[in-house]
Design a protein around this ligand. Structure first.
Ligand SMILES: NC(=O)c1ccc[n+]([C@@H]2O[C@H](COP(=O)([O-])OP(=O)(O)OC[C@H]3O[C@@H](n4cnc5c(N)ncnc54)[C@H](O)[C@@H]3O)[C@@H](O)[C@H]2O)c1
Length: 373
């Protein structure tokens, strides 16, 4: 294990603050600085976590030579401009989802990453959630057989969320349901990328919500093709005026075994095994925890509690226990010990599926080609 430490700054301290204790405890990180615009809130966060370098201006973070890497958690429209500026300033970049809101931004982001030679990683929580890691492990071990179909959904009611959310086209924030469909088919040397998407818009949100992004749809549902694979994936998204408990789901249909996400919170997912007598085909299963893949000091952040008889998960083990896995992968990539997953081209592809899907919905489902990055 390397003893080198990456000096990290976190930008945006809503969701972003959840990563502060993880970097503080990671043996290869030094949690050196935090940044948000509101000085009172900035100081409150700094006092709470004992972080003394505090910035209200993003530009000042980039000018600080004692910062190696920035982890960006600002509002969606800022993700690409801030990531590009940080790469150009010579910083490694981790950025929350989505990577950008236009294809032009994605191209510029990939170009900036290539030119800088620094790490860029989109911090997609789903592909480090314990459910995803479990299904990926089953697939890699051959248990599922051949993958025949993939399906993801992400439904959330965003009424009352900050300024940039109202009316956002659902597919502009689609990486949580797109990413597992592509990640599961990827190998370290061969990422699976989507190459074309067809999407339909359905229903209509309130008129006052439509104006901001000129996007009328309550639900957007898309199918996309994957370069080099005969598998089709289907994803569904809603953000406003649609009744549904929060759900990020991922189903995999395999030739031998299929995985199906639980309907509601608190249930367990189902494995369907082909060839068994009918009543035994579906079986609810307990998904294991993957904290053992992490350095010991940050294992506690997956939210799993182990005792002699059972394994349970506590609230706060954010997004399926993904947060410490994300921070760890990013740090290992910065140290050159493993590739960033997803790296810049893969982050761009996952994000572009949603951007092109919305374009397709506006063209009544016409298939849109996804550019290569
Ligand atoms: N599962 C996930 O991956 C997941 C979950 C939650 C949030 N997110 C993403 O995280 C981001 C932040 O979400 P949130 O709910 O914390 O939002 P928020 O609006 O509550 O917080 C945004 C933070 O960014 C700061 N900020 C805004 N503009 C800035 C600037 N120019 N320079 C520096 N700081 C700036 C704000 O002060 C605030 O601290 C969003 O893009 C959201 O999509 C991802």
């Amino acid at each position: 294990m390397s003893t080198k430490k990456v000096r990290v700054a976190i930008v945006g301290l809503g969701f972003g603050a959840e990563f502060i204790p993880i970097y503080k405890d990671h043996p290869n990180a030094e949690m050196v600085a935090i940044c948000r615009r509101n000085e009172v809130e900035l100081n409150r966060c700094g006092e709470k976590f004992g972080i003394f370098k505090r910035y209200t201006r993003f530009e000042d973070v980039l000018n600080d030579p004692d910062i190696d890497a920035v982890h960006i958690n600002s509002p969606i429209p800022d993700h690409a401009p801030q990531s590009i500026a940080a790469l150009k300033a010579g910083k490694h970049v981790a950025c929350t989802v989505p990577a950008a809101t236009s294809l032009a931004e994605l191209k510029e982001l990939c170009a900036a990453q290539r030119a800088s030679g620094k790490v860029y990683m989109m911090m997609e929580t789903v592909v480090y959630s314990r459910e995803y890691l479990f299904v990926k492990e089953l697939y890699d071990r051959g248990v599922l057989g051949k993958i025949q179909f993939l399906r993801g959904s992400h439904q959330q009611d965003m009424d009352g969320w900050p300024d940039y959310w109202p009316g956002l086209p659902p597919m502009w924030y689609a990486t949580h349901c797109v990413s597992p469909c592509l990640a599961i088919l990827s190998t370290p040397n061969q990422p699976a990328h989507a190459d074309g998407v067809s999407c339909h818009g359905s229903g209509r949100i309130r008129e006052e919500l439509i104006k901001r992004y000129n996007s009328p749809f309550a639900v957007e549902t898309a199918t996309f093709s994957i370069r080099g694979h005969d598998v089709c994936a289907e994803v569904t998204r809603s953000l406003f005026d649609t009744a549904r408990q929060y759900r990020e789901s991922f189903d995999v249909m395999g030739s031998n075994v299929s995985f199906e996400w639980q309907q509601v919170e608190g249930e367990e997912p189902i494995l369907h095994t082909r060839g068994l007598p009918e009543p035994q085909i579906p079986r609810r299963i307990r998904v294991p925890d993957y904290a053992g893949r992490l350095p010991e000091p940050i294992r506690k952040y997956t939210g799993a509690i182990h005792d002699a008889t059972h394994l349970s998960f506590v609230q706060g083990g954010g997004h399926g226990g993904s947060h410490p896995h994300l921070a760890h992968n990013f740090l290992m990539a910065v140290l050159g010990l493993q590739p960033a997953f997803p790296d810049a081209p893969t982050s761009a592809n996952w994000t572009a599926v949603g951007i092109c899907a919305h374009e397709s919905a506006l063209k009544n489902g016409e298939k849109v080609k996804i550019p290569e990055f």
